[in-house]
Write a protein that binds this ligand. Structure first.
Ligand code: GDP
Length: 177
């Protein structure tokens, strides 16, 4: 199947180093590496059983730092998702500020649409290096009208909960139509 057929493309956004690839790996599980070759190296597929119903997500880890003359790449990411996971690191305040900017870019790119967005504070295991409190994360999600969760890709903490949440958000919108 070509990726354009997918109804549940989930795009990861966020600064370099916040843990997007680690989250995608934790989502997919090591044993499913061969799937990567089918979709290009940055897409991860898994079928989740959520509330008694199966849904297949294709998680895309294609977001890159801005390069001169290549803003089309970023634009493509902002256009292709059916849902978005905006990741920051709780140990890096500037990545938290970037997350807000990304939310604004996304809103501009997809103005009239009601797409699920989850704000994720990753690296929750690094308690001593924390620069962004859980309250700040929650408050930001309220302002930006999206869901919020803290995860640790390293400890696999809340990673399943994150993607189950994405599935539920997608279903809520499908049922609302
Ligand atoms: P990306 O650039 O956003 O894709 O980030 P990566 O997934 O490449 O992760 C950047 C670095 O952070 C790597 O060294 C990861 O091992 C580390 N990392 C990612 N997630 C976590 C986490 O939840 N906890 C800890 N302690 N380290 C993490």
């Amino acid at each position: 199947a070509s990726s354009s057929c997918w109804e549940h493309r989930v795009v990861l956004l966020g600064d370099p180093g916040v843990g997007k690839t680690s989250l995608a790996n934790a989502f997919a599980g090591i044993q499913e590496r061969d799937v990567l070759e089918q979709h290009g190296e940055a897409a991860y597929e898994r079928t989740l059983l959520v509330d008694g119903e199966e849904t297949t997500l294709l998680v895309m880890d294609t977001w890159e730092p801005e390069r001169k003359g290549e803003s089309w790449r970023r634009n493509q990411c902002l256009q292709m998702g059916n849902a978005y996971v905006i990741v920051y690191s709780i140990t890096d305040r500037s990545s938290f500020e970037s997350a807000s900017e990304l939310r604004i870019h996304l809103r501009r790119a997809r103005q009239a649409e009601d797409i699920p967005i989850i704000l994720v504070g990753n690296k929750s295991d690094l308690v001593r290096c924390r620069e962004v409190s859980i309250e700040e994360g929650r408050a930001c999600a309220v302002v930006f009208d999206c869901k919020f969760i803290e995860t640790s890709a390293a400890l696999q903490h809340n990673v399943d909960e994150l993607f189950e949440g994405v599935v539920r958000q997608l279903r809520l919108r499908r049922e609302g139509k």
